[in-house]
Design a protein around this ligand. Structure first.
Ligand code: IPE
Ligand code: IPE
Ligand code: MG
Length: 233
């Protein structure tokens, strides 16, 4: 699937998965985080170059403070526990989103894992944490205004280059788990021509087989980008 460069995933349904099993929401988030490794490995097998995982939205701050705290803790723990192994596997980690609102220790841990893995080339893993598509666009516009670029020089490329994903291909495929049919403020600029796939399976149970189902559905889509017969970028 050479035209499939970038897969983005809205990892939804941790809470429902936990509820079905009589577990706490925190246990659902832990199980969801453990699933990341399995899915990233399978994307490597499929030769995908970029994966973006939506882990915490700018709206998720509105959840109860206990849940927010446990999500921040789970991210910290997984950086500590997973970075070395990801690095050994050649994964380049990046963070998409606001770093300034995260606890200082977490900011440092993120920066360290980004630096440590910055030369890796097997796959690019973007973790969208405190990420919102609207916020990302606002930040990009601020940067453009601040750089005094001439009005007539502002193009789609100018705006793209101010986003967290500067220099990366747009997602070809956006997968959302747990059956929801909405974008929830995820990559709203970059998703303009992404193919969308909704899986009924909750994220902690989204395994290699489910991923392969999504990838093979993608391979059957005919992408036209507004023209009459174009299939490949
Ligand atoms: C996704 O699972 C994780 C985050 C949004 C942080 P949810 O926590 O949204 O799970 P549901 O939607 O309640 O099942
Ligand atoms: C989207 O899931 C955000 C993440 C997966 C991180 P939500 O569960 O927060 O989205 P809504 O509230 O159902 O739209
Ligand atoms: Mg949800």
């Amino acid at each position: 699937m050479s035209d499939l460069k970038h897969v983005a995933i809205i990892m939804d349904g941790n809470g429902r998965w936990a509820e079905e099993k009589g577990l706490s929401r925190t246990e659902g988030h832990i199980a969801g985080t453990q699933n990341i490794r399995r899915v990233v490995r399978q994307l490597i097998v499929n030769d995908v170059q970029y994966v973006t995982l939506y882990a915490f939205s700018t709206e998720n701050w509105d959840r109860p403070v206990d849940e927010v705290d446990s999500l921040l803790q789970i991210l910290s723990d997984s950086i500590v526990n997973e970075t070395a192994e990801m690095n050994d596997e050649g994964v380049r980690i990046r963070h998409l989103g606001r770093i300034d609102r995260l606890p200082e220790r977490l900011q440092k841990a993120i920066e360290e894992s980004v630096d440590l893995t910055s030369q890796n080339t097997v796959i690019n893993l973007n973790v969208a944490f405190d990420y919102g598509g609207r916020d990302e666009i606002v930040q990009a516009v601020r940067r453009i205004v601040d750089s005094n670029v001439k009005f007539e020089d502002i193009t789609e490329e100018t705006l793209s280059s101010g986003l967290y994903t500067a220099g990366m291909p747009d997602p070809d495929l956006i997968i959302r788990t747990a059956g929801e049919m909405r974008i929830s403020n995820f990559m709203i600029w970059q998703a303009s021509y992404s193919e969308y796939y909704s899986s009924p399976v909750c994220w902690p149970d989204f395994d290699e087989l489910e991923l392969n189902n999504a990838l093979s559905e993608y391979s059957r889509r005919r992408r036209k980008f507004g023209s009459l017969n174009k299939t490949v970028t």
